[in-house]
Design a protein around this ligand. Structure first.
Ligand code: ACO
Length: 460
């Protein structure tokens, strides 16, 4: 008989952020950009990046070990492991296969799942796979584990300040405190060249920044429309921003998130929803006859809609912006870092609330879905999740480096990308206890990682 699962969702979550970062304000000066361009224009504060001993594999080894240890989950209890990443280190061997060392040590090789890749969307594909598995007749009663891991780096130029790096791990199972409302997903997928990585010898993407912004907003409109109509079909009542307590976006940089929320508000206005007040209706009315295409390029609409949606933005979006503004774009991990920010900032009052999520990956793939919070017992209580995440400490214990050091690291990584037969400096002194780090790559391109010992207080 098939096992029955209910309230499937995220039981536990952890994040790893590289401990080196550069302040956007100092990068602005270094790059010769006008003052305020990165901090106000893009809305970013700081950007984390991988040092020469870190990569998407070391970060995911660290975050998976940390989650299993902090929640006391026996690696044998994991039945599915899915990784989302767009940072290609090997064109055949999955990041998941590197993570198997954690499970093999405990005698568990019975774990389904591999990597999902499509720009920043791979983590959401991995998450959907795990949730679907736990909800399906092939579920064997064990947990799913999702890993989103990316190092976002750009060539010199306007896109460089929109980098970042992190890895997120999420434990998936029934009776979760963060429950998937699986019926209401809205998806839009299409073929465009807005951001892609055709040069396999380089870690940097080819990016049409302006096109990617428009594609993001178009995808947002379509996903929202489809999400609303599914909700309305199942629930028999209107869905508007009033039905979402928080809205969490894939966050390449904060300004796009501000514009995106304003866009959803404009959608509600066009749909004549109760979420739009009378004063806002009057201000938005002059834009009601714009074609969709005109509306994406109207600076006046952008300005007015941001203004009338400002209070709601502060209430429903601002709590999700902490990590994305502090760490930068984490590609697949970005939307889940934004979700973690909501948990961190609002866990005391989150019970019973709905979180609307928008995931976007260039190329393009996008989905909107929703989560409902239902607080549980220890260890899967919101309080414990937030304690384990320890966000404030993670952010405050980072080492701020000068832009020169950041650029020097990127230069070194340009040579290291795809290279063989090298030994790293091996300096893991800045990494937290228990972190994995790259020691060397041999003449057959095989990568080797060591682990820093765990802190005494952290257990054995
Ligand atoms: N003070 C305040 N604001 C300023 C200043 C200043 N001194 N100078 C510029 N700005 C504002 C601009 O007005 C603009 O704001 P607006 O969008 O509200 O008009 C903003 O700063 C950005 O400046 P631009 O000149 O428009 O943009 P730029 O050419 O520098 O590139 C971009 C920005 C396109 C985001 C670039 O960084 C990029 O290509 N990033 C990667 C692509 C990306 O992240 N796309 C998003 C979705 S896909 C994904 O997730 C990868």
């Amino acid at each position: 008989m098939a096992l029955k699962s209910s309230d499937v969702g995220i039981l536990a979550v952890d994040i790893y952020v590289p401990p080196t970062c550069v302040q956007q304000e100092s990068l602005e000066t270094y790059d010769g950009a006008s003052k305020g361009k990165y901090t106000i224009g893009l809305g970013q504060d700081c950007m984390s990046f991988c040092s020469e001993v870190e990569d998407v594999i070391s970060m995911s080894l660290t975050v998976v070990s940390s989650l299993l240890e902090k929640y006391n989950v026996d690696p044998k209890q994991i039945g599915r492991l899915e990784v989302g990443s767009e940072t290609v280190i090997d064109k055949s061997k999955s990041i998941k296969s590197f993570l198997m060392r954690i499970f093999e040590e405990c005698g568990n090789t019975d774990i389904e799942g591999v990597d999902s890749t499509n720009a920043c969307y791979g983590g959401t594909a991995a998450l959907f796979n795990c949730v679907n598995w736990v909800e399906s007749s092939s579920w064997d009663g064990r947990y799913g584990l999702v890993v989103c891991t990316d190092s976002a780096v750009y060539a010199e130029g306007p896109a460089r300040p929109t980098g970042g790096a992190a890895a997120v791990a999420m434990l998936i199972g029934p009776k979760a405190p963060i429950v998937f409302e699986s019926k209401y997903r809205g998806t839009h997928m299409s073929h465009v060249y807005d951001f892609y990585k055709p040069d396999l010898a380089s870690e940097y993407p080819v990016v049409d920044g302006k096109l990617s912004q428009t594609c993001y907003l178009m995808a947002l409109d379509l996903c929202y429309k489809r999400f609303c109509s599914k909700f309305e079909k199942f629930e028999g009542k209107e869905f508007s921003l009033s039905a979402a307590d928080y809205v969490v976006f894939h966050s390449p940089y904060n300004k796009l998130v501000q514009k995106s929320f304003a866009r959803l508000y404009f959608n509600d206005f066009i749909r004549n929803c109760s979420s739009v007040n009378e004063e806002a209706k009057v201000k938005l009315e002059p834009f009601s006859s714009l074609s969709a295409d005109e509306s994406y390029h109207s600076r006046d609409l952008e300005k007015v809609s941001q203004l009338v949606a400002k209070n709601l933005y502060e209430e429903k979006v601002q709590p999700s912006t902490l990590l994305p503004k502090q760490v930068g774009n984490m590609y697949t991990a970005s939307i889940y870092a934004a979700l973690i920010s909501v948990l961190h900032n609002k866990h005391v009052s989150l019970n019973g609330q709905r979180i609307l999520m928008f995931s976007y990956g260039s190329g393009l793939t996008s989905s909107m879905f929703s989560l409902k919070v239902n607080d549980r017992q220890h260890p899967f209580s919101l309080l414990n999740i937030v304690t384990v995440l320890d966000i404030q400490h993670k952010l405050e214990s980072r080492h701020v480096v000068a832009p020169e050091k950041f650029v020097e690291t990127l230069k070194l990584m340009e040579h290291r990308y795809g290279a063989k037969d090298f030994v790293t400096g091996g300096d893991a002194s800045l990494l937290p206890q228990g972190s994995f780090y790259l020691t060397h790559v041999d003449d057959l391109y095989r990568r080797f990682y060591d682990r820093k010992p765990l802190a005494i207080a952290n257990g054995h």
